[in-house]
Design a protein around this ligand. Structure first.
Ligand code: NAD
Length: 364
């Protein structure tokens, strides 16, 4: 299969981790007879330096004209004091809005080999965690009407949702639940917010099309508590932009390492999807061969699965990562408390070596 992939390395460790993901994609292409053509996209702080803005239209167009896009991360202290409309993070909103990717899928998976890094007790996590959060990405309070009064002493933001905006997220939640453990939890604040009550009405209507899926509801305050109290009760969670933002960070924290978590942002299927690790540009370790590339490599696996329907190839990458972890290889962030032990065993590795280990495993 011939496919074009837009690469958006971005800033900080972005270029380091994207380079490893490309090596892995190339190994997959060789093995399965595909051809991936890469188009480089300059976005984020590096685009501010080069063009004076974080996401020039022609850079976005490269993404729109590709079959999928893989992003590293954007931002860093160099650009922190710029006015908000030209900050690197604007590139993220520009990409999401421009590519019309309205749903963010974040699997929060705890790898059994990294159980030590999980801050929860053994009896709570059991054999591991596997939660999928479907977060609405282009609506709600982050995009609603906002303002500050003239005297600067009053400010407001508006949470507003329409039925179609909610329905496409809830439907996606049901679809994924159907392929997993058939449980969907809609998280909201329906005891107070009108917009949340609409989420519930829509979920009740959509439920009729998925009789095999059990639908439940939790208020956001309870859901964030349940996530640390009994995370294994969750299979798929569907929720609004802001609640999803907070819950998915909490879920990622309980899996142990930010360097392991991938994400996919998808639209209605007619345009390219956007895939990225959930971590940021980690300026503290940029260019030092210290970053864990596995979150980006796993994002590439999601890209193959969701944008190219290459399930076998995606699983090959995930199995390779699993095998490398089984063999004891660790970057610093996932070595955790056993760092000295891992180092003494010669298994503490950098970005490049970790990428190479996954490539070697795929080629086996
Ligand atoms: P961060 O995720 O970049 O880093 C948090 C901590 O985790 C740091 O100690 C970092 O070294 C470590 N870390 C992150 N990714 C790692 C990896 N792959 N391997 C090993 N360690 C890793 O978050 P931050 O420090 O809050 O933000 C840094 C910059 O990134 C900021 O400019 C922020 O705006 C930006 N950011 C970008 C994105 C994105 O592009 N999607 C997301 C979050 C933050």
């Amino acid at each position: 299969m011939n496919k074009t992939i837009a690469l958006i390395p971005g800033d900080g460790i972005g270029p380091d981790v994207v380079a490893e993901a490309v090596n892995v994609l190339n190994a997959v292409a060789d093995k399965y007879g595909h051809h991936f053509e890469y188009k480089n996209v300059i976005a984020g702080g590096c685009a501010i330096d080069k063009f004076g803005k974080p996401l020039p239209q022609e850079q976005l167009d490269i993404c729109l004209n590709s079959d999928a896009a893989l992003l590293g991360a954007v931002g860093g202290p160099k650009w922190d004091n710029l006015p908000s409309e030209i900050r690197p993070e604007k590139a993220l909103l520009g990409l999401r809005g421009g590519m019309k990717v309205f749903a963010n899928l974040r699997p929060a998976v705890m790898w059994k080999q990294l159980k030590d890094a999980c801050p929860l007790k053994d009896e709570i996590v059991g054999d591991g965690l596997d939660i999928l959060i479907v977060r609405e990405l282009t609506g709600g309070i982050y995009f609603g009407d906002r303002g500050t009064s003239e005297d600067q002493n009053t400010a407001w933001d508006t949470e507003k949702y329409t039925r179609p905006e909610i329905e496409r997220i809830v439907r996606m939640g049901f679809e994924y639940a159907q392929k997993r453990q058939k449980r969907l939890c809609v998280v909201d604040k329906a005891n107070i917010l009108n917009s949340s009550q609409l989420w519930r009405r829509v979920a009740e209507d959509v439920k009729k099309d998925y009789p095999d899926v059990t639908l439940s509801y939790l208020y956001i305050d309870n859901a964030s508590m349940q996530l640390v109290r009994n995370p294994r009760q969750f299979d798929v969670i569907a929720t609004s932009n802001m609640f999803g933002d907070i819950l998915s960070d909490e879920a990622s924290q309980i899996t142990g390492s930010i360097g392991m978590l991938a994400s996919a942002s998808l639209g209605d299927g007619t345009g390219p999807g956007l895939y990225e690790p959930i971590h940021g540009s980690a300026p503290d370790i940029a260019g030092k061969d210290l970053a864990n590339p596995l979150a980006t490599i796993l994002s590439a696996a999601m890209l193959l699965r969701y944008s190219f329907s290459m399930e076998k190839e995606a699983r090959d990458i995930e199995n390779a990562v699993n095998a490398v972890l089984d063999e004891g290889w660790r970057t610093g962030d996932i070595a955790g408390a056993k760092r000295d032990e891992v180092s003494a065993a010669g298994k503490l590795v950098g970005t490049k070596k970790m990428g190479q280990l996954v490539v070697d495993r795929i080629k086996k």
